[in-house]
Write a protein that binds this ligand. Structure first.
Ligand code: ATP
Ligand code: MG
Ligand code: MG
Ligand code: MG
Length: 487
């Protein structure tokens, strides 16, 4: 019998507690004082002031800790780390996931980080070393950084990994950065190869680490934080060297529970069961149905924790991201699972119960979260059917959706542009996003002009509302992490 996810999380935390780490709580998914970040995208976010040297360590009860361990809820749907397109289509990228991490704040460095990672994976959790690969940073000319020879040597000294399982990669994989600016450094990752022996014999080494196969997954990233990326792109050396690690908890559960997919673990089973009973379908019988079920099971987690952490669906910034995730899930339910009545909020209690010990913020506000989600899905469902019908007409005998059409879907039926893009892609169509943006801009300018013109009239309050929502400027997920979009 396999370990439960709760046990796995606990074992990670205890392993590092044994090594004098303080267990600390997860920060909310919406960072409080960091305008460079739309959502918490890694465990290290809450420790940024420590890395930057603004604080000496983690403070608790008058004591300053140099080592910490936790499970951080992260959301990766915007900015530098945006996984939304993969979610549901693959089986190991989520919008919201737990990142298990251990930290050294100017205390231990590469040697202990590598030794302990191996000790946990191989000695405690008994993973087969022959299935593990370690990657290291090969250096970068533009940044003036050499190959991370130290890490290569340490993998050889501190572990029994085979030499040809140590692989060098460039900065896209092995130099971790939180965003466009901020703490960063070279990293060393652990990947696991779960393919059957015959397949493993055929392809080994470097080529398999980035291959698109769910059986070869990155499970842990050990980041050696030494620099602060400046707005001009240069690297400034930090006053101290730190360790920042991130393990994909859902992936680790899949590995340790012998599953092929994160969705087959006890983390997603209760949600998939509930979706199955609401839609009267069974998971695992049809790929299209399965994708929809995975998307819904995934998205309810991001939406619920966002709302519980204070971000409700809205028209700008974080709120609009949450709205888009929710609408994406509702559309999948409508389209693939024939769910035409509000259903999404009914998953909240399942999730709240599941996380009552880990992230109690949800069960504490369960009713509130259910109500917010319900109101939001009701309002979208009111127009969704008509919008889909209009989309079908637009898509008939065409090779693309015009900017005007995308704007109409947005303006009248509440279709976020990425939803229109998703639906278009499903039919092999393009969307004129530029044209869409131009129309959004025109609308904004009209609203602004109207707002100015009407300041003295009695309808002022309405105009203020219009001017407010006008602060929202759609620039796509990837540009959403800039300061201007956060109120
Ligand atoms: P990948 O290459 O698989 O997208 P990453 O290199 O972007 O992962 P890191 O920034 O190194 O991820 O984050 C640390 C760990 O968090 C990864 O090793 C992985 O196990 C996990 N992880 C990253 N993104 C996701 C996600 N979207 N869903 C679930 N786990 C994730
Ligand atoms: Mg990634
Ligand atoms: Mg990676
Ligand atoms: Mg990584």
């Amino acid at each position: 019998s396999h370990k439960s996810s709760a046990q796995i999380r606990q074992e990670f935390l205890e392993f590092f507690e044994e090594k004098q780490h303080l267990q600390v709580p997860s920060a909310p998914v919406a960072p409080k004082d960091d305008p460079t970040l739309l959502f918490t995208n890694a465990g290290m976010n809450q420790f940024k002031p420590i890395f930057l040297g603004e604080q000496p360590g983690y403070k608790k009860d008058g004591e300053t800790w140099k080592r910490a361990v936790d499970s951080q809820r992260c959301i990766r749907v915007s900015g530098k780390h945006n996984d939304l397109e993969e979610v549901g289509r693959d089986t190991y990228h989520h919008t919201l996931f737990e990142m298990l991490g251990n930290w050294s704040f100017g205390d231990y460095f590469k040697r202990e980080a590598i030794r302990w990672a191996w000790e946990l994976l191989v000695d405690r959790w008994e993973l087969d070393p022959d299935r593990l690969y370690a990657t290291v940073f090969e250096g970068d000319e533009d940044d003036g950084l050499p190959v991370d020879q130290e890490s290569i040597d340490l993998w050889k000294e501190e572990t029994n990994i085979a030499e040809d399982h140590i692989l060098k990669f460039d900065k896209t994989d092995n130099f971790w950065e939180m965003g466009e600016t901020g703490p960063c450094g070279p990293c060393s990752e652990v990947h696991v190869d779960l393919r059957p022996d015959e397949e493993r014999a055929q392809k080994r080494g470097a080529e398999l680490v980035n291959m698109d196969d769910p059986k070869v997954m990155e499970i842990w990233n050990l980041v050696f934080i030494q620099f602060n990326r400046q707005p001009d792109g240069s690297l400034e050396k930090l006053p101290a060297q730190h360790v920042d690690t991130g393990m994909g908890f859902e992936r680790m559960c899949a590995v340790l529970q012998g599953k092929r997919s994160n969705y087959d673990t006890d983390l997603f089973e209760p949600l998939l069961d509930k979706i199955g009973s609401l839609a009267e379908v069974t998971y695992g019988e049809d790929e299209q149905t399965d994708i929809a079920m995975r998307v819904i099971a995934d998205h309810i987690r991001a939406v619920s924790f966002s709302v519980a952490d204070g971000v409700s669906p809205g028209n700008d910034g974080r709120g609009y991201v949450v709205r888009r995730i929710l609408r994406r899930a509702i559309r999948y339910g409508w389209d693939q699972l024939n769910l035409k009545e509000p259903f999404f909020h009914r998953l909240v209690p399942v999730l709240a119960k599941q996380f009552s010990d880990v992230f109690p913020v949800l069960i504490q506000q369960q009713e509130y979260v259910e109500n917010v989600v319900r109101a939001e899905e009701e309002s979208f469902l009111n127009t969704l059917g008509q919008g889909i019908q209009l989309f079908e007409e637009m898509a008939e005998n065409k090779d693309h959706i015009t900017g005007e059409e995308a704007f109409k879907l947005h303006d009248t039926y509440g279709f976020p542009i990425d939803l229109t893009q998703l639906m278009a892609r499903e039919r092999g169509l393009e969307v004129d996003v530029e044209g869409f943006r131009a129309r959004m801009k025109e609308q904004k300018e009209r609203a602004r002009a109207a707002g100015k013109f009407n300041v003295d009239q009695s309808s002022q309050k309405e105009w203020i509302t219009v001017t407010d929502s006008d602060e929202f400027e759609f620039t796509g997920y990837d540009e959403c992490s800039t300061e201007a979009h956060i109120k």
